[in-house]
Design a protein around this ligand. Structure first.
Ligand SMILES: Nc1ncnc2c1ncn2[C@@H]1O[C@H](COP(=O)(O)OP(=O)(O)O)[C@@H](O)[C@H]1O
Ligand SMILES: [Mg+2]
Length: 214
């Protein structure tokens, strides 16, 4: 599903941040990226999620070589990658179902289909009962489960979760991570975290040490 060969990246030529990153991952793989603040976890996720271009190296997703730039790269990013961030980034004044259906509408899906898919994903994260609730009335953990549902609507090949439980207590962290791992059985899941319990829920964990994945 995802192959990465010899990826390297630096923000500043004199200070290489990531180098020699190699990976080969199948659908259903879940990978935790751990390491201290500033070690490059978010940068690595941004490279994998095609938000940043590497200095060297190649990446292929769903058997498709990802070009360094251009329309095909943008399409692969739109269709095959999805994010869950630390901040929910939801429309607070709007109902849950609208928030989850919105990306489908933005991609040109019909209203009925977008809502149907959104409902199915809310069921997958155990949030069906909150479909009509306004986002502002949800707890932090509930809002993050809505984000997971929203990310999965397009059936992405690659799900990037950057500190998805950074603002949550232990109970909500457990609920969010379990539903994230469960609901991404057909994707590759990356979770950047400094919570060892969260890392333990992923099938594999890598640490970023001096720019290398160990
Ligand atoms: N846009 C940027 N421009 C320059 N340096 C950056 C930028 N974003 C992050 N950095 C630097 O790159 C390093 C890694 O950052 P980051 O990937 O955010 O690490 P982490 O997510 O592990 O905390 C840090 O030293 C950070 O200051
Ligand atoms: Mg970070």
């Amino acid at each position: 599903m995802l192959t990465v060969n010899d990826l390297s990246f630096s923000y500043d030529r004199d200070r290489p941040l990531l180098h020699g990153i190699d990976m080969g991952l199948r659908a259903g793989d879940s990978i935790a990226i751990v390491g201290p603040s500033g070690s490059g976890k978010s940068t690595l996720l941004a490279l994998l999620g095609l938000l940043l271009s590497p200095d060297t190296g190649t990446l292929s997703l769903d058997n498709c070589h990802v070009p360094a730039r251009g329309a095909l790269r943008d399409r692969i990013r739109r269709e095959k990658t999805a994010w869950v961030f630390q901040e929910a980034h939801l429309l607070g004044q709007r109902p849950v179902i609208e928030n989850v259906a919105l990306p489908g509408l933005a991609r040109g899906q019909g209203a009925r289909e977008s809502v149907e898919v959104a409902r199915a994903m809310l069921t997958a994260v155990g949030m069906t009962d909150h479909e009509q609730a306004t986002v502002d009335t949800l707890s932090g953990g509930e809002a993050q489960r809505v984000c997971v549902a929203r990310a999965l609507c397009q059936r992405p090949c690659l799900v990037l979760a950057d500190e998805p439980t950074g603002h949550l207590d232990r109970n909500n962290t457990e609920l969010v991570i379990r539903c994230l791992v469960e609901a991404t059985r057909d994707s590759v899941l990356f979770v950047a975290t400094h919570d060892t319990w969260v890392a333990d829920q992923c099938a594999q964990a890598f640490e970023l040490v001096n720019g290398e994945l160990i």
